[in-house]
Design a protein around this ligand. Structure first.
Ligand SMILES: *[C@@H]1O[C@H](CO)[C@@H](O)[C@H](O)[C@H]1NC(C)=O
Ligand SMILES: *[C@@H]1O[C@H](CO)[C@@H](O)[C@H](O)[C@H]1NC(C)=O
Ligand SMILES: *[C@@H]1O[C@H](CO)[C@@H](O)[C@H](O)[C@H]1NC(C)=O
Ligand SMILES: *[C@@H]1O[C@H](CO)[C@@H](O)[C@H](O)[C@H]1NC(C)=O
Length: 396
């Protein structure tokens, strides 16, 4: 039944996609552009069809005060082939043999840092962009992306108070199940035609590869969005209140080392094997992690993000992405700042608590974990509807 419903919904989406796309292009363009094919050996992705006018691109108004990090790096995504061979050195070691399979897989490919792009949007930061919203998603979670586009991921031409635009992108790898790949890849290509908001890289979208997603995004940002003042990065199962985010940012300067979220201090690596975040002692020997912000949603300044990209490049990959980012911050000597409005571990740890359903709380927050698409749409409606709250919650 679910499959039937899904195929019907997708067929409809396809029809809409094709119609909208045909309207937005001259017939000539429509014929020229072929769908990205991702099976078989990855092809070099030229940013054709998304041609950036670099002259204007680099001369955005923000360039008046040049950023301290001069752009020395590539001006396009320069990884065009996947050259990732298993590290067979490890298999001879006895400690390696005794690890769980997913840790062995992680370590076997840990040295493979960058992969080619399958879907790119070099044009995303063209013009005056104030806030870039990026959302970690996986290929099968189309409904979450749809709900986010209709709620907090909505793009704005202006962030208000004379500020630039708010733009949204989703960050994806490839389908983790081989048999899903061809089918979902086609659908994703149509989805991207319709909305133009997908960045996709040619690596497997697994939990341990989220760190790859982190460094791929930072590298991408360095190339294609060098001047964006602020970035919000979050999960696809959170509630975000963009009005509050923008109010919070109103008196921040992009030059600050702003990195704010739900910060954990002295968190210990989890050593219980049945936990999702379990880390064997061979992978991390210190008793605690550097301070880090929960990956569910955090804000950072663009300049800091570019420096993070270079800092992360000096470290070996760590399987937990938000901890890894904390390690990169430590390299820079930057402390992440905790803020009450970021509840990436839920409002109340008690799942049954009524606070987790209370719209007045959501209205006063910046980010709350965790809401599924139907809950997100419903909560969004409540928060932006006729809501009377008995007392104003002062969080900002
Ligand atoms: C891939 O890597 C191997 C060893 O690291 C190297 O010998 C080979 O030339 C590389 N191939 C490409 C296409 O970069
Ligand atoms: C495997 O070991 C050799 C020799 O010690 C080393 O040169 C090579 O870089 C190692 N391979 C990887 C992927 O670390
Ligand atoms: C990460 O992605 C690469 C490339 O697709 C893959 O070879 C590797 O096994 C993945 N690692 C994990 C831990 O899933
Ligand atoms: C909003 O609240 C007012 C007063 O309580 C009510 O008259 C009105 O119908 C409500 N509007 C909506 C859209 O619910």
């Amino acid at each position: 039944k679910r499959t039937l419903y899904k195929s019907m919904a997708l067929a409809l989406a396809l029809l809409v996609a094709v119609t909208v796309f045909q309207r937005s292009l001259t017939p000539d363009q429509f014929l020229q552009e072929s769908l990205p094919v991702t099976l078989g050996p990855p092809k070099a992705q030229k940013p054709s069809g998304h041609q950036v006018n670099f002259e204007n691109f680099w001369k955005s108004p923000k360039d008046v005060t040049p950023s301290p990090v001069a752009s020395q790096g590539p001006q396009v995504w320069d990884v065009t082939t996947t050259n990732c061979s298993a590290n067979l050195n490890l298999s001879r070691q006895s400690w390696f043999q005794s690890l769980e399979p997913h840790f062995r897989q992680f370590l076997t490919y840990r040295h493979c840092r960058y992969f080619p792009m399958l879907l790119n949007h070099p044009e995303k930061c063209r013009g005056d962009v104030y806030l870039l919203v990026v959302v970690k998603s996986v290929i099968t979670q189309h409904d979450r992306r749809e709900a986010i586009r209709r709620t907090w991921g909505h793009e704005w031409e202006s962030a208000g108070r004379g500020r630039g635009a708010v733009r949204t992108l989703f960050l994806l790898g490839t389908a983790s199940k081989q048999e899903e790949r061809a089918h979902y890849q086609q659908l994703l290509a149509y989805e991207d035609r319709l909305y133009g908001d997908i960045l996709q890289w040619d690596f497997l979208d697994s939990f341990f590869n989220l760190t790859l997603k982190e460094i791929h995004f930072l590298k991408w940002l360095d190339i294609y969005c060098p001047n964006v003042p602020f970035i919000f990065k979050g999960d696809d199962d959170v509630f975000v209140n963009p009005t509050n985010l923008l109010e919070f940012l109103a008196d921040r300067r992009p030059q600050e080392n702003l990195f704010v979220g739900d910060v954990l201090q002295h968190a210990r690596p989890i050593r219980r094997k049945d936990n999702k975040y379990y880390i064997p002692p061979v992978l991390y020997t210190k008793p605690s992690y550097p301070p880090y912000a929960g990956g569910g949603g955090f804000l950072m300044a663009g300049g800091l993000a570019r420096r993070l990209h270079h800092a992360c490049d000096t470290l070996e990959l760590y399987p937990i992405d938000d901890v890894f980012l904390g390690m990169c911050l430590e390299v820079l000597g930057v402390q992440p700042t905790g803020h009450e409005g970021f509840k990436t571990f839920g409002i109340s740890r008690n799942r049954a608590s009524r606070m987790n359903k209370e719209p007045c709380f959501f209205r006063s927050m910046l980010v709350v974990h965790k809401l599924l698409p139907a809950e997100l749409l419903a909560m969004w409606g409540l928060v932006h509807g006729n809501l009377t709250c008995s007392r104003k919650l002062q969080v900002l």
